[in-house]
Design a protein around this ligand. Sequence first.
Ligand code: AHR
Length: 501
Amino acid sequence: MRASVTAHKEFTVAKIDPRLYGSFVEHLGRAVYSGIYEPGHASADEQGFRQDVLDLVKELDVPVVRYPGGNFVSAYNWEDGIGPKEERPVRLDLAWHTAESNQVGIHEFADWAAKAETEMMLAVNLGSRGLDEARAFLEYVNHPGGSYWSDLRRQNGREEPWGVKLWCLGNEMDGPWQIGQKTAAEYGRTAFETAKAMRAFDKDIELVVCGSSTPNMPTYPEWEYTVLDYTYDSVDYISLHMYFENHEQNTKNFLARSMELETYIETISSVIKTIKAKKRSNKDVYISFDEWNVWYHSAEQDKPVLEGKHGWPHAPALLEDIYDFADVLVVGCILNTFIRRSDVVKVGCLAQLVNVIAPIMTVEDGPAWRQTTFYPYLYASKYGRGTALDLAVDVEGYETDFANNVPYLDVAGVLTEADGGLSFFLVNRHESEALDVELSLEGFAHSSVTMDKVIGGYALDKTNGPDEEPVAPADGNDASIVDGKLSVKLAPLSYRMIRLK
Ligand code: AHR
């Protein structure tokens, strides 16, 4: 099958915000304890952070990490995680039916983030708590000194404020599973008042208001309409979440799910524009897609803990999806969608980073290892920063019962101004046919292929593990440029990343 693509220098989508490639660490399962933090591990540093995990996080070049939740934040007291470690309380975490030792709190996480060379994106608790807690936390984190909370931070060993820019006003407040769930109107008012208080402290912070937890919520998309009606002029982003599953084991459908993501983004982008017009506002609100991933492999094994059958265990294995090759293709298509919609999606967080639905896994007292999905995330994060190109794509498509004309070729292109390169991220969704891609480079002088990485040729259910990582990129060898046209053959069901100069 043939596919023709045109990239024109003058046809661009937007400058990509590097934070599109962020991630997420929640106090959930083994994300923190025996994930990023394991005192006593052979690679642990003086603070107990696993150096092997830090190395993998740095390899991914993660620009921002959301913390501390997730559902966890909606019943979290951030003050439990400050002060001498031996005096910190153990609390029952109602979101995941576990016990939280609070051995890692804001100081430790901030130190870890600095070591990981990433920025923090913090969430405040608008479930069991509210405005007062939010303003105290913000003052603790961002005020230089001379006030109760900032002096307490200094007393606890951190002289300088951390200056965190990006703040989430709660988490998934539309969800019945959320501690302190609210109606859109209740949440809209609370978020507005909290934003007002937080902005009174610092008008330059960026605020993220909760949108829908999934487009399947019965309140979607009225939720966004109502919440933005209350908060439009006070916030910078509306957050969206979406997880992808393949319980039906239908590859065609699974690979087409990113089409639903496109519709989701398009719909909320329209709601944003509607409210902007209604308010006669000059400012723009963007999307923070701060939770996304494939999540379904671990659903059955998690049930006993989530149903309380194990009591209140501390840091049990939860949401430990072991990703396969099919997930590489889906994650590739999701990242391509974000690049193509980087005009409205400015922040993205792969949920999550370590052990919990994560590209990085650890064995307690053992090695850290890369899941299959590590690689499409790695390539987008490293080579997807710059200006997104508005590609014209001509290829056959297929039908599913939820999306029409799903293109066999999924592709995104980025001009990486920092080094003058061009990156193309390609997925062949066809299960049996190769795609002969001809990509016309209009107005570009790029004439050679500098990097060509292929992930393909595996059974769809092939996984990696702590002992071996068989699913990994190989070098492609058939991409060539002649007369401004890049030609490449994409094997059936394959992921490809090609860099040009
Ligand atoms: O990322 C796992 C969970 O998914 C988060 O805690 C929650 O926000 C979402 O439902």
